[in-house]
Design a protein around this ligand. Sequence first.
Ligand code: XMP
Length: 326
Amino acid sequence: MDTNKRPDSMERITTAELASAFIDEQVKAVREQVGDKKVLLALSGGVDSSVVAALLIKAIGKQLVCVHVNHGLMRKGESEEVIEVFRNQLDANLIYVDATDRFLSLLENVEAPETKRKIIGGEFIKVFDEEASKLEGISFLAQGTIYPDILESDGVKAHHNVGGLPEDMAMELVEPVKLLYKDEVRVVGEALGLPHAMVYRQPFPGPGLGVRCLGAITRDRLHALREADAILREEFDNCGLAEKVWQYFIAVPDMKSVGVKDSKRYEGWPAIIRAVNTTDAMTATIEEIPYDVLHKITDRITHEVDGINRVLFDLTPKPIGTIEWE
Ligand code: XMP
């Protein structure tokens, strides 16, 4: 039997009952596969790895070792949330690595988007590998592979996701959600008790804010981007757009314009709002944001975020603009 093929008879998991039956089944299967051995998981805080972590914690508790690598390009509060949910609430065996300085110094003066992506992906593997080699007795590697990753046989997840792991990590894989579609992973995640916001979060690229802090990343501009993005997310939450818009974020280019603040010349970067709807990310349309919301966001970002003096709205559908700027 091809274990990478979803059986035609497999019912779509749409309810808490179906999710709970799936969870029971997988808990049993994982226990059988793993026995009393240890399992390692790269926990990014994204939907798939979070659901796998919660499932494995239920199945094997402390035999699971989660490693969360903070590459310094996370959104505001994200790594903190991973620690709060997994270490504090679920009592997971979680290793937290703050590798911000390593990533940012490697990225210094690097402008080309593809080079930035390669550096981030390569360094992620290195850091994860280093952590793995400090541990003893790990026999399995868990991964948040989902069914679309298998269907997209060009291995999109492998090159797209920072979490793509080295092939020479000779460990047997544990992939409990590999036959599930994204919507099913979310239903399972909720049934496992993960926070709604974590399970229904918008997609976030593996290289994180690194591809939104356009051109060569600097700490001050990255900080401004992170703060502006947090304001955008907060305001979208407040007005209900967060549930409606597929993906929304800020990009900050490496250019300044002249402005006035407190009656003085104030040179700053522009914050560009991108808010798109799509089903498969191959094409995307622009969400019509009410002007009062745009005004509020503009007012908050220009007043609260150091270094930003303008807010722009990106009206470009995909094609011709990709969703991300880099
Ligand atoms: P584009 O910019 O190609 O993005 O229209 C399509 C979707 O893919 C996400 N994206 C990435 N996701 N690693 C990821 O995991 C990446 O390197 C990456 N680049 C783009 C993007 O956020 C959008 O949802």
